[in-house]
Design a protein. Structure first.
Length: 237
């Protein structure tokens, strides 16, 4: 019995391993499905919904859905693209994002996603939430204004570092990042922890290395997010 299955994504036939998540199978085949909360090395959370695709006609998060033989997946339809753009715009207005003054600018996945999707001025009103900054830790500071509540740090601390450093408090729009201590310095977070370097945006920031790489010479200043994955497909043609 073979463990290889066949499915189509936007009409392109690809091979996948049985049980592999659709987003990962697509990535292996050089097809980029936008994502913010998913990382290969972490348990999928399915929380941001940016990776939503249509599977046999139904919307599903491609980071949590396993690929099955004969599956028909649509990812780049005009409706899905607009839907994802709406989600990204909502993430911008739910926080306080001033990219011009942010150390993550050019390396930020949310900003890069905004560029890729053509977000200019969000169609939703800015909520201007009141969120705090904690600079008590000797190696990091946390700026809650930029947190998109993707949960990567929460999962990385637990699954990769074996610690309970981060969690969430509150519900819905009021959900905010919390840590296991009165201040960040009271937590077990250490410089070498995976959780410390896994934030897709400028919420968990390392001290003393700010602007070591000038703005304009950073990862997404050169190529759009996802182009490294798409390059695999072009080079295989
Ligand atoms: S976290 Fe990203 S989107 Fe937010 S201000 Fe910084 S660069 Fe901009
Ligand atoms: S701090 Fe960063 S990694 Fe953690 S939930 Fe917020 S955006 Fe995600
Ligand atoms: S990447 Fe799939 S829900 Fe966030």
């Amino acid at each position: 019995m073979t463990d290889t299955i066949t499915l189509t994504i936007d009409g392109v036939e690809i091979k996948a391993k049985k049980g592999q998540k659709i987003i990962e199978a697509a990535e292996d085949a050089g097809i980029y499905i936008p994502r913010l909360c998913w990382l290969k090395e972490l348990t999928p959370a399915g929380s941001c919904r940016v990776c939503t695709v249509l599977i046999n006609g139904r919307p599903q998060a491609s980071c949590t859905q396993p690929a099955t033989d004969g599956m028909v997946v649509l990812s780049e339809t005009p409706e899905l693209k607009q839907w994802r753009k709406n989600v990204v715009e909502m993430l911008f207005v739910e926080g306080n994002h001033y990219c011009m003054f942010c150390e993550k600018s050019g390396n930020c996945e949310l900003q890069a996603m905004g560029y890729r999707m053509g977000v200019a001025a969000p169609q939703y009103p800015y909520l201007f939430p009141k969120r705090g900054v904690d600079a008590s830790h000797k190696d990091f500071y946390i700026d809650g204004n930029r947190c998109i509540r993707c949960g990567r740090c929460v999962r990385a601390a637990k699954e990769l570092d074996g610690k309970t450093v981060f969690g969430f408090l509150g519900r819905g729009n009021q959900t905010r990042l919390a840590f296991n201590g009165d201040t960040l310095s009271a937590t077990e977070l250490k410089a070498a922890d995976k959780a410390a370097s896994i934030c897709p945006v400028g919420c968990i920031i390392k001290k003393r290395v700010g602007f070591a790489v000038p703005v304009g010479q950073r990862k997404y200043d050169f190529k759009p997010i996802g182009s490294d994955i798409e390059a695999k497909r072009s080079s295989a043609k």
